[in-house]
Design a protein. Structure first.
Length: 158
């Protein structure tokens, strides 16, 4: 029911873009963008209102509020992102769900590392302003992620 609603909603908004972008890419942009917005909103609420910018103390380790907020938002947006990619964007995949999930998790970890590496490289090595560095990094990582998901994580066997 939810899947059909999301697909119909996206297809409705796809109509004006159908001459410039294919349906799968449009769905990827919409679902990925929506999940990213959800991630930022959860992070903001968690950091400012739930954790109230305070360190999280556990019996083993103390976690800074920004890392704890990242962990909480990740625990929510990782499964929603996987659901959207598997059931809305890349619906033709012939791989088993377990294989897709492992590959998706691996890709997400690689993307987190690529974000760190590229931002650090652009800012510290090439002396690019951090916001521009983040923007360039996002473009690179999103393109890498799309191609990897399309041809590896959710690939279709011929």
């Amino acid at each position: 029911m939810l899947k059909l609603f999301v697909i119909n909603l996206l297809d409705f908004f796809y109509t004006p873009f159908q001459k410039i972008i294919d349906r799968q890419t449009f769905r990827y942009i919409a679902c990925g963008g929506g999940n990213t917005v959800l991630d930022i909103v959860i992070y903001f609420i968690t950091y400012n209102f739930i954790l109230k910018k305070q360190i999280v103390y556990t019996p083993v380790i103390s976690i800074s509020p920004y890392i704890a907020s990242f962990m909480i938002s990740f625990m929510i947006t990782f499964p929603t992102g996987f659901y959207l990619m598997r059931n809305i964007v890349f619906t033709g995949s012939t791989l088993k769900g377990r294989v897709q999930l492992i590959r998706y998790f691996t890709l997400v970890v690689i993307c987190v590392l690529l974000n760190y590496i590229f931002i650090k490289l652009f800012v510290e090595r090439f002396h690019i302003f951090p916001t521009i560095a983040k923007s360039l990094t996002t473009i690179i990582v999103v393109c890498f992620s799309y191609l990897t998901q399309r041809h590896f994580t959710f690939k279709v066997k011929r």
